[in-house]
Design a protein around this ligand. Structure first.
Ligand SMILES: [Zn+2]
Length: 370
């Protein structure tokens, strides 16, 4: 398991490099136990991988949903190089070690150990690991679109880092891009142009006083909005004709995404009334529904008893889970690794946590499928 985890970290699966290397690592590891897997590759080394362990089919199947990609390491210096998978004091260090190469290594190892033990399975194990979960869910959407047959499922398990908490709910994502348009002019004659950055400032000033309407959720808390990227201008002596901001909104069940768009358009109209030269538009970058599974469902209760955990949780981050909601089956997010280490420099995973996860996933498989 540890060697598999190291190879997965070393595969350096940022969006730029693609996921193919990690898919090949998983494929080779499954192969050691005679498990066939299928790599679906496209574009610039982008890749999904799937595997299915067949059974007698008396029980409903389990679907494990992972992601192969990682976020970039960022500009700061890491204590250990981010893709070297250095082992120190019982920890594997590296980008993706917690999110979620640890969960993948544990899941693959658990499936292999079950297969190697010759236990007779009454339900299929389906393994899926996606490209692009951190950016646009391209892998999950591609997989879901291409699905023709899927055995009836008992539930979906997402081995993301929850530090062994059973998570049944998370918020949704609504990412927006606002673009203001202007007219270029020489920087020495700004009165001949329309400055898109000035227009963006007017919009951002208005946005500060805007609150998204929502009903707080008793488990998920509140909806949040954060302006996380701004781009504008070409040179110090050119009046900019375009400025973009990317806005990260995290949503609650029942929220109307269309209403948020129309609120933005109302702000544009107000600004245009004040200044007829104001031009802006809003577009959707990404749209993922919140994830909700009834914590009182039989699946969740059986899952909790298999892993020896009494209660469930809701979290603020998002997974590929909502893309599988159309299947109408319960799902939980449960895996090794500390969520607070994810997407930050010096990410690591305790090897003992990844090993504990192997036992947990085996227990889950045995509970539902034997
Ligand atoms: Zn993740």
């Amino acid at each position: 398991m540890k060697e598999l985890l190291k190879k997965l970290v070393q595969a350096e699966t940022t969006e730029e490099k693609g996921e193919l290397g990690a898919a090949e690592v998983v494929c080779a590891d499954f192969g050691l136990s005679g498990i066939e897997s299928q790599i679906d590759s496209w574009g610039h080394n982008r890749a999904n991988i799937t595997a299915q362990v067949k059974s007698s089919g008396q029980n409903k199947a389990l679907l494990f949903v992972c992601h192969l990609d990682v976020v970039p390491p960022g500009g700061v210096r890491w204590e250990y190089p981010p893709f070297s998978a250095v082992e120190v004091d019982g920890r594997i260090h590296g980008r993706g070690s917690a999110d979620m190469k640890g969960g993948i290594a544990a899941t693959v190892t658990a499936i292999r150990q079950i297969v190697d033990s010759d236990i007779e399975l009454k339900g299929d194990i389906i393994f899926f690991a996606a490209a692009g979960e951190e950016t646009d869910s391209c892998g999950a959407l591609r997989y879901v679109r291409g699905l023709s047959v899927m055995p009836e499922l008992a539930g979906i398990i997402i081995p993301e880092p929850t530090d062994f908490e059973v998570v049944t709910r998370h918020r949704g994502i609504f990412w927006l891009k606002v673009t203001t348009k202007g007219k270029t002019a020489h920087g020495s004659t700004p009165e001949l142009g329309i400055n898109a950055i000035t227009s963006m400032k007017a919009f951002l000033d208005e946005l500060e006083g805007y609150e998204i309407a929502y009903n707080p959720h008793k488990l998920l808390g509140s909806c949040s909005m954060s302006i996380n990227r701004i781009l504008g201008g070409k040179a110090v002596n050119v009046v900019p004709d375009q400025c973009d901001v990317d806005i990260d909104i995290r949503t609650l069940p029942g929220q109307n995404y269309g209403e948020i768009i129309s609120d933005f358009e109302k702000i544009f109209a107000k600004l245009k009334k004040k200044n007829p030269q104001f031009e802006a538009e809003v577009s959707v970058i990404r749209d993922v529904a919140p994830f909700e599974t009834d914590e009182n469902s039989d699946f969740v209760k059986d899952f909790c008893s298999a892993v020896g955990i009494g209660e469930t949780k809701a979290v603020g981050f998002t997974t590929d889970g909502p893309h599988f909601a159309f299947l109408g089956v319960p799902g939980v997010i449960f895996g090794p690794g500390k969520p607070h280490l994810c997407h930050k420099p010096d990410e690591y995973i305790e090897i003992s946590d990844a090993e504990r996860a192997v036992e947990c996933y085996k227990n889950i498989i045995l509970k539902f499928l034997s």
